[in-house]
Each structure stands twice: as structure tokens, then as C-alpha cells.
Ligand binder design. Sequence first.
Ligand code: ZN
Length: 461
Amino acid sequence: MRNYHRWVALAGAAMLTITNVSVSMADVVGGGESLETAVTVSGPEDSGPADTAGDGPQQPGAPLGGQETPGQENQPQEGTASRVIRVGDNQPSNSGSGAASGGSGDSSSGVDYSQGPGFFQGGGQPDPSQTALPGQNEDIQIADVSNPLVQTTAKYSYDQMVQDINALQQKYSSRMHVNPIGTSLDGRTIYDCIIGNQGAPRHILIQAGIHGREYLNPMLLMQQMEMILVNYDTGSFHGNPLSSMFDQVAIHFVPMTNPDGITISQFGIDGIRSQQLKDAISACYVMDSAAGRGGDLGVYLSKWKANAQGVDLNLNFDALWAEVYSTGYPSYSGFKGTAPGSEPETQAMMNLYSSQYPWKAVIHYHSMGNVIYWDIAGNKVQPESAQLANLMSVVTGGYQMLPSEGGGGYKDWIQLGNNPVPSVTLETGRVSCPIPISEYALIWAQNRLTWAYAMEWAMGR
Ligand SMILES: [Zn+2]
């Protein structure tokens, strides 16, 4: 790939610059959390200090099994790192006066992405240190959407997503096909939105929102989709017209894999319709409280990761499942279920991948940590996964590549299965979930074009 090596060399510099974006402490620090608790960055999803230092419910995100010690290694869940990561210089400024003023608002306005992914220029003041960042000077003609249908909002809900999918489908009916691929326990449809030629010889899957509290990522995917649709006929990437790229590669977006879990994290038990499931959630709270993982109910529910009966879907896939460390009971987080593939949401994603599409790559969005999990013991596509992860690391401006341990995840299942393809997990955000909307401008800047690079990569395979 053109300039690829230059990007690799510059990734470190990009990370430094991009992560200097200022974050308003008022935005980050909510609910009486101490400053250092709320802004301790750097750990990957579920890791230590941000969630373990006196944060509301009994350390959601702390290691399972009772001995929850602040600062302890993170639990073996979803893409789990083998160690707690310090992202070095990747900390946000505590001064509130970072380099890029565009990053402190609650929308992406004011940010100039015109020079490519990872190029984050704020305030209209050219910064000499940003003159050679990844993507800059690349020939990329893909504009952000003016007057978007998919609005940036702090709690992007399932209902809003459905409304937006319908609106996009109406407006761009020839470019997007929407297929229901399953139904959640509480009766919400899980959607696969296919953009491009459905008969293309290469297909990519991008999915998000398999964990409830990680609800900025569904909005990210919806905004990626709208940007693609708006630019479909006029945009180009490295000189290739998007329309021609989408003839060759179709992208499937599953923006919200776990709509019930997201509803619980956003709206609490009241968001769930089934009385049986409401009771199941309450039972989780009782059991988690007994295990020292309860705490304030409102905070507890906001940290919800599982589906509506307390199964962590990203531990429920048949990938080293027997060895996956799990709570022994349904919980807001960390229960792998009673059998692999036991949940309807898990089955929907398994069925989608097992269908006849010629998959070339899968990207999974999670939060948090600004890291990429790309491997698993027994990975059948290790070199290719590393290659894809490395590319994503560069184009996100320096998300750090980490191997995974554990298992049970969708990524793991794809890499270990009968039809393995490169599969990587991108963990967005620098603060613990649910991530405040003030972080979104940076997340968007880092991820707005990941799909295009993945497409280009797939076209060469
Ligand atoms: Zn996750």
C-alpha cells in the first residue's frame, strides 16, 4: 500500500499529537467521581484504575472472583490484554487546554478531517508537528456530512438507530440493503446494513454494540454509513472512485449487536419491556451485590455489558469457551452463559457469519482503551490478522496492538472457526464506559475512515 511504511513510522508521532486533544474536565468527570478516577486513561476496556478506584458500583470492570483490588490486572474478558496497558504519552491533558480545540465540543464540528484519517487539526491554527501525519496528503475525497440524518447525541438509542436506518434506506435505497438477522430477548431486531454490491466477490463485516455500555460505537458506525452513502457517487479513496470500490467490496454494518444491553445501560430496567427480563436484571443485581459487585443501582445499570438475562455475549461464542473465565451466575458483566452460543444475539451473529458471503475481514468495535486486539491462541489467520491490525493501528493514529487471551468472543470464534478471516477488535475511547460524548469528536477523527482502509486492504486479497 502506498505510503504504508511512512504511516507506520509516523504512527507514534500521530498518537502523541492526536491524544493531546483537550477534554473538558467538566465533561469527563461526572457523578462525583474524583478527577483521577475519571480520567485515569490508558487501560484497555475493563481494566483497572478507572473502574476500580472507588467508582460507583462495586468496581464494574474489576477482576471477577471476589478479590477486587484496585489496580489489579484486568479480567480475562473479550479481548483482554495480558497486562494493563499504559499508553505512555497518550494521556489527555489535565489542564483542559490541549492542542486541538475542536475536540472539546460535543459534536464533530470544528474539526478538520480533510487531510485524512488521524489528522486532527483544531482551531484553525496549523501545527507544524502535524505536517506529516498518517493520511495527510493522501488523495482522499470523502467529505463529512453536512446536515446529517444521524445526529451526534450522548445516548444514541436503539429506537433512534432504527429511525435513522429507515431514513437512510429511504434516501439511499439503491445503495443500502437492510436485513434483519435476529431478534434480541426483549424483542428488538438486530440489523445488518449492507452497503455496496451484494454480489461483490469480497465482503467485510463491521459490528459494534455487543456490550451494552459501549454505545458510542453504534453511533460511530451509523455516521460512517451515512458518510459512505453521501459520498458514494462522488467520493474517491487513493484515486479509486468509491462506487467502483463498492462494486468490488460490500460492507456489512451491524451497528448494534446487543440492543437490550444498550437500552439497559442508557435507560435502566425501565427500558426493558418483558417483566421476566426485568426480574432477571434485578436478580443479577442481587447476585452481583452479594458478590461485592453491586453498589448504587443506577450506576450499576449504566455499566451493564451483558444481554437482558445477564449473559456477556462476547464470552458466549464457541471459541475456547470451556476455558473462559466466568462468573458462576448471570451478571451485568462477565457471565459466559450456560452453553456456547446459547443467546439469540450470539446466534444471530454466528448465522450471519456462517452465511454464504465471501468474507475477507471483520472489524469489531468495543470500548475502551485506544487499543486493538487481534490475536487468540490457535488463531488460524495470525499473519493476516496482524497485518490488518497494524493497518488499523496506523489509520487510527496509533491504537496500540495487543494480543488477546481468554476466548469466547466473536473475534475469537471467527479466527478459530472453519472459515477464518482476519478479525480485529478496535477499542475506542480513553475513559471508562459509558464514555462521555465529549470524547466522541476524537473517536470520530480516529475512526471515520477505517472502513475505507479495510476495503482497500481487502481488494488486494
Ligand atoms: Zn466490549
